[in-house]
Design a protein around this ligand. Structure first.
Ligand SMILES: Nc1ncnc2c1ncn2[C@@H]1O[C@H](COP(=O)(O)OP(=O)(O)OP(=O)(O)O)[C@@H](O)[C@H]1O
Ligand SMILES: [Mg+2]
Length: 229
């Protein structure tokens, strides 16, 4: 469903991704791992149209989407949850969900249900300013918003970064429930979590794909993942 064909990406003259080639099957949960600065976020941004590669192409359902703007890709079902965990803090949680409902054209009641389905406790917070949510609750809200409309490909950048262990567990449960329902690409540094949930692991090293793990016995081997970084 997604094919990244030999892309290079640069910021000005500084090239940060080299000859990236990926092919993703529909319904899979793919994790991207790699050290800080490896280019993980840059790769996600390229796929969702925030950065245009200087070489190569990206195909989605066999259609060349290289250079299409994020808004166009959103309406084709591509969702991006960025690394910043930024919500509209001065709006209520419900108003944040209303924005997603408005953007996608989904009725508010269905949008609300989608968020409450992955995290029923959010019902208590709907009238709270989103800025008052904890980091973990914000992450859940952002994932919930990304589910509004008709997402088919979801990209999530470091969903557990900076969160406490119990909260990471909540996020892991949510990600685990999404497994198989849509195609997901998750950047994640928590290797035990990666090992538990991944169908495929892509290792980025200094802007290049250095390894792709498809085999379950390899993916479940945390020491091997660690060594691959
Ligand atoms: N807007 C930018 N302008 C210039 N260079 C950038 C920009 N964003 C990222 N870079 C550089 O590109 C390289 C890849 O960055 P990127 O954010 O993609 O890495 P990452 O793997 O997501 O890292 P992290 O684990 O810290 O999130 C780094 O060397 C970074 O300094
Ligand atoms: Mg990053």
């Amino acid at each position: 469903m997604l094919k990244v064909a030999d892309i290079d990406v640069a910021y000005g003259h500084a090239k940060v991704l080299y000859n990236i080639f990926l092919e993703l099957e529909a319904g899979k949960t793919v994790f991207i791992v790699g050290r800080n600065g490896a280019g993980k976020t840059t790769l996600l941004k390229s796929i969702v149209g925030l950065i245009r590669p200087i070489k190569g192409s990206i195909y989605y359902d066999n259609e060349n989407i290289t250079g299409l703007l994020p808004n166009k890709l959103y309406h084709r079902g591509i969702r991006y949850v960025n690394q910043d965990k930024k919500v509209f803090g001065s709006l209520t949680v419900q108003e944040n969900i209303e924005l997603a409902a408005f953007s996608s054209g989904e009725p508010l009641s269905r949008a609300l249900n989608k968020v409450l389905e992955i995290y029923p406790k959010m019902k208590e917070f709907l009238q709270l300013k989103a800025g008052q949510l904890s980091g973990g609750q914000r992450q859940v809200l952002l994932i919930g918003q990304a589910l509004v409309g008709d997402p088919r490909l979801m990209l999530i950048d470091e969903p557990t970064q900076g969160l406490a262990a119990v909260v990471i567990n909540d996020i892991a449960k949510i990600l685990s429930r999404l497994r198989g329902k849509l195609t997901t690409i998750i950047v994640e540094q928590n290797l035990p979590l990666v090992s538990r949930l991944a169908d495929q692991v892509i290792v980025l090293k200094e802007g290049k794909v250095s390894r792709i793990l498809n085999d379950v016995s390899e993916i479940r081997n945390i020491a091997l993942l660690e060594k691959s970084l």
